[in-house]
Design a binder for this molecule. Structure first.
Ligand code: INI
Length: 160
């Protein structure tokens, strides 16, 4: 018997995406959003298949992701935020709850949710990852969301 391979393709045509973007550290998150929108367009996603939902900060993302999943309008969700360490333990609470809550929502629902939330020790690290020398993590999250949405569709339909 031949080995059966199932993997998603980077073709966003006909797929719908929600992008949840944090306003906190918007100087960074708007760059992540530009990268994500660019990736979706380059891979064939139509503008009418993209919904942007703005939230105050990364802490608010899990509840919004759960609501979007319940609406059943999107093939994948892309979370874009920037949590930057300060002088207090606040960073750990916000970053930890965002990661855990977003991950749980995806695992429990079966809807792919890409984690494009930067968790950085310095502003410089965030700049590097938002279109700087370390690439654009918003672009990367969108590309992952496209592949995962297509993979889930193939698995559901039994096509490889
Ligand atoms: N939210 C972020 O997205 N990034 C941060 O770095 C951040 N810091 O440092 O405080 C942050 N805080 C706000 C938080 O997400 C909530 O909006 C706020 O606590 C109200 O619930």
């Amino acid at each position: 018997m031949p080995i059966r391979l199932t993997e998603g393709q980077l073709n966003a045509k006909g797929l719908a995406f929600a992008i949840v973007v944090g306003r906190f550290n918007s100087f960074i998150t708007e760059r992540l959003l530009s990268g994500a929108l660019d990736a979706l367009a380059r891979h064939g996603c139509a503008e009418e298949d993209i919904e942007i939902v703005r939230v105050p900060g990364s802490w608010e993302m899990p509840v919004v992701v759960r609501e979007l999943i319940q609406l059943e309008k999107h093939d994948a969700i892309i979370c874009l935020g920037a949590v930057i360490r300060g002088d207090t333990p606040h960073f750990d609470y916000v970053a930890g709850e965002a990661a855990k809550g977003i991950g749980q929502a995806a695992a429990e629902s079966g809807v792919p949710v890409a984690f494009g939330v930067l968790t950085c020790n310095t502003l410089e690290q965030a700049i590097d990852r938002a279109g700087g020398k370390s690439g654009n993590k918003g672009t990367d999250a969108a590309v992952t969301a496209i592949e995962m949405a297509d993979l889930m569709r193939r698995m559901r339909e039994g096509t490889s």
